[in-house]
Design a protein around this ligand. Structure first.
Ligand SMILES: *Cc1c(COP(=O)(O)O)cnc(C)c1O
Length: 434
């Protein structure tokens, strides 16, 4: 039992052939997750959109879209990027903090005419986009800030009073008056309360949101419950049961239909859930150091905060696999009792000049130890749970390290390069010098 969905020998092969650090994604795992989401129980239809900020690699967007999922874009550039990947604007919803002006405004309007749905997230956005949408008869979506959120950490809670995503409850009536004056129709209501939070909060959000639809949104035919399904990256964590959440939503939607005669389509927009556990970061051990008899043993990797910022940003924990150069698994945090290498408490750091460049940090930013085998230099340390918010979120040119390659492990057993390693020339190409 390695705990990896891809054979460690293949991960080692990826590291040897494409160099490290590199990301390897498991096509079968991604397809399986898409099927699970698309199969969520529903009564009057379900749309699932992949939140592409979790991982916006073109091949992965195409893979996910090929299963029938749409795209949730968090910026106009993400929407443009999805279109560049061949995804029809009609399958995209844009939910953004940006306010479209100038060229962006023109491109936004063109995408909306081609079917992209715009999710209004502020009064200012409504003033800017509303007249255009009303003139063209395009329905808009309304992102409501429900005043209550839930996230795995404070920085991933998007629904409490310390975050400003969407139009706050206390401003809804003002927004609706403005919309009525502009002739805007809201055909969808949306809320996303945060990432990786409590499933109970997710259920409560469904009830709250349906209450808002009933009270304020007579034209809404769609209700989006957002993303944020919790994924277990570590052995002791538990993933959200999306079939159970779907069952709950289905029941509430049916009650709503009995009460109001309105048959609402459900939408969900997971990012993490689709990608997190389908991705691995393969790094090489470049050095081994210590801090004395009372100190610690440090494993220095050729990839740290610049390829996975989540531990530094959130204190997130990712599982480690120590894999020998030839592909033999030396230890897996999912099966430490079966480790062949010598186990001990160790600290994993990267190569950036930054004491926080460690992937073994707690939520307070303190370095902690983790149990794993003793690798030799040249062996691999594979970081699991690295499919979402790793490649897409990382400050990859920090310390002038180049952006890492990404590989897809296909269902036919081959490795396909889906992003080449960035070159140093590309890092500096837009700098002009004196
Ligand atoms: C980030 C985001 C998501 C996805 O969140 P996950 O926790 O990755 O599932 C969904 N909807 C919106 C609006 C988002 O900003």
């Amino acid at each position: 039992m390695s705990g990896t969905s891809i054979d460690p020998a293949v991960l080692a092969q990826a590291g040897r052939e494409y160099g490290t650090p590199c990301y390897v994604y498991d096509e079968a795992a991604i397809l399986q997750r898409c099927r699970e989401v698309l199969g969520m129980p529903n009564s009057f239809g379900l749309h699932a959109r992949f939140a592409m900020k979790a991982n916006s690699n073109r091949a992965l967007l195409q893979l996910v879209a090929g299963t029938g999922m749409g795209i949730d874009a968090s910026s106009l550039n993400e929407a443009r990027r999805a279109v560049l990947a061949g995804i029809a604007p009609g399958r995209i919803m844009l939910t953004t903090q940006e306010v479209p002006e100038g060229n962006d405004r023109r491109d936004l309007e063109e995408l909306m005419l081609r079917g992209m749905r715009y999710n209004v997230c502020s009064l200012r956005q409504l003033k800017l986009v509303g007249p255009f949408a009303a003139a063209r008869g395009l329905g808009l979506s309304f992102r409501i800030h429900p005043g209550v959120g839930s996230g795995e950490s404070a920085t991933r809670n998007t629904g409490d009073d310390y975050s400003c995503f969407g139009i706050h409850l206390t401003n809804v009536e003002e927004a609706l008056r403005l919309a009525a004056a502009l002739g805007v129709r809201f055909t969808a209501l949306h809320s996303h309360i945060g990432s990786g939070g409590d499933p109970e909060k997710w259920r409560e959000n469904i009830d709250r949101e349906l209450g808002f639809v009933e009270k304020w949104f007579p034209d809404a035919t769609t209700v989006s419950f957002g993303g944020g399904f919790k994924v277990a990256r570590m052995p002791n964590e538990k993933s959200a049961d999306i079939a159970a959440l779907g069952d709950y939503a289905k029941g509430r939607i049916e009650d709503f239909a009995r009460r109001t005669g309105r048959k609402l389509t459900i939408e969900v927009e997971p990012g993490t859930f689709i990608m997190a556990n389908a991705g691995y970061l393969v790094t090489s051990v470049i050095d081994l150091k210590g801090t004395g008899p009372n100190g610690f043993e440090f494993i220095v990797l050729d990839g740290g905060m610049e390829v996975n910022t989540r531990p530094l940003l959130y204190g997130s924990r990712h599982p480690f696999y120590v894999v020998a150069r030839d592909g033999t698994l030396l230890s897996s945090e999912f099966a430490l009792d079966q480790a062949t290498g010598q186990l001990d408490q160790r600290i994993v750091v990267g190569r950036c000049c930054e004491s926080g460049d460690s992937q073994t940090l707690d939520a307070g930013g303190h370095i902690t130890t983790r149990v794993m085998a003793h690798p030799g230099t040249g062996d691999f340390v594979v970081v699991g749970g690295a499919g979402a918010y790793c490649s897409s979120m990382s400050p990859f040119n920090y310390n002038s390290h180049v952006q890492s390659p990404e590989l897809l492990f296909r269902t036919d057993g081959t490795l396909l390069a889906i992003r080449r390693r960035q070159t140093l020339e590309q890092v500096v190409q837009n700098e002009t010098g004196l």
